[in-house]
Design a protein around this ligand. Structure first.
Ligand code: SF4
Length: 337
């Protein structure tokens, strides 16, 4: 009986795929667009072709759950000072050699995790005083059917949905889920195709397209770049990232996060001087730039009167906002407040 329950809970028909000849399928959830032979998994190792149909093998299986300040996602202009019920599964469509969560993202044992139905996740969020659910820790796209159901239920209860993502979601999937997504934090891991190819086993261009599309779809977006010594920390590369962001919208908050050695990458932690230099470069081009993982937080300054509108002390905040307007000069601050 228990075994049956586990099996029922864990497998779900995928909706983002199409059938091909000879029982092959093409997954449409992310930009890998894996063509999967019968009885095989896609790159993410959680979507399996069984007799010409694609199944999500980890439906209802959460490997990690936490109640986090929304600032930790990081989202600095989205409901500051609130809590996000945060959930993740095993698996990932990237293979980043510096992954901070490699123990779950590179795991392929589909039996791991606790059973949580979409309604249980929403109830847990409400019961713990969270105003949002963050789909995070690993790449949420790979379990999109699980999260779409959860997002729909959350929306009905007035709970916001946040995707913390590498931006590799396909455009068809993003368009389909966008009515239920309130905010996204999207990584720009580098501005080099070589880096994406060698370090993440993916491509840069689709990530940039996702950022443009999410912005066009009016989802609140913030971006994160992990600055890694000798890998993506050149002045030119940081400047290229900032210029791209400006081409979409100079008001998009940009988070520059300090790297610490993890998984297969053994570079030294990013020197604080490099972080400060990257901050200065971005700040010349963008309006809202923040440093992360450096032991202190950055405040949000009103671009018009230069007063502090959100003061951050760790994950605590002091707001100097009247809804979405600076209390001092009454100018609008971009974000969801
Ligand atoms: S979600 Fe998984 S199976 Fe689908 S295209 Fe991406 S890596 Fe391949």
């Amino acid at each position: 009986m228990n075994l049956l329950l586990i099996k029922t809970m864990s497998i779900k028909d995928c909706i983002f795929y199409k059938s091909l000849k000879n029982k092959e399928v093409k997954c449409l959830a992310c930009n890998h667009y894996c063509i999967i032979k019968n009885n095989n998994f896609g790159i993410c190792k959680v979507r399996k072709n069984i007799e010409g149909k694609l199944y999500l093998m980890i439906y209802g299986k959460v490997i990690s759950e936490n109640i986090d300040p929304v600032e930790k996602k990081p989202l600095y202009h989205f409901m500051p000072g609130t809590l996000a019920y945060s959930v993740g599964t095993i698996g990932c469509n990237f293979k980043c050699s510096f992954c901070q969560n490699y123990d779950i993202s590179q795991e392929s044992n589909i039996k791991l995790g606790i059973d949580l139905t979409p309604i249980e996740i929403v109830n847990n969020a409400i019961g713990n005083g969270c105003q949002s659910i963050a789909y995070t820790y690993n790449e949420p796209t790979i379990a999109i059917e699980y999260w779409l159901e959860t997002m729909k239920l959350a929306k009905k209860e007035g709970i916001k949905n946040i995707l913390v993502t590498n931006g590799y979601i396909s455009k068809e999937a993003l368009k389909k889920i966008s009515p239920f997504v309130d905010a996204m934090n999207i990584d720009i891991k580098s501005f080099s195709e070589k880096f994406y190819n060698e370090t993440c086993k993916a491509k840069l261009k689709p990530v940039l397209e996702t950022i443009k599309l999410a912005h066009k779809l009016k989802i609140w977006i913030e971006l994160t770049t992990l600055i890694i010594p000798n890998k993506n920390d050149s002045k030119k590369e940081i400047e290229n990232i900032a210029r791209f962001v400006k081409s979409v919208d100079e008001n998009i908050p940009m988070h520059l996060s300090r790297y610490f050695p993890s998984y297969k990458m053994k570079e030294i932690p990013t020197p604080l001087s490099t972080m400060n230099e990257a901050y200065k470069i971005c700040k010349k081009i963008l309006k809202n730039v923040y440093l992360g993982n450096i032991g202190e937080t950055t405040d949000t300054i009103c671009q018009f009167c230069k007063k502090t509108v959100i003061k951050r002390i760790g994950y605590s905040i002091i707001l100097n906002l009247d809804k979405n307007k600076c209390k001092n000069c009454k100018e609008k601050i971009g974000g969801v407040f």
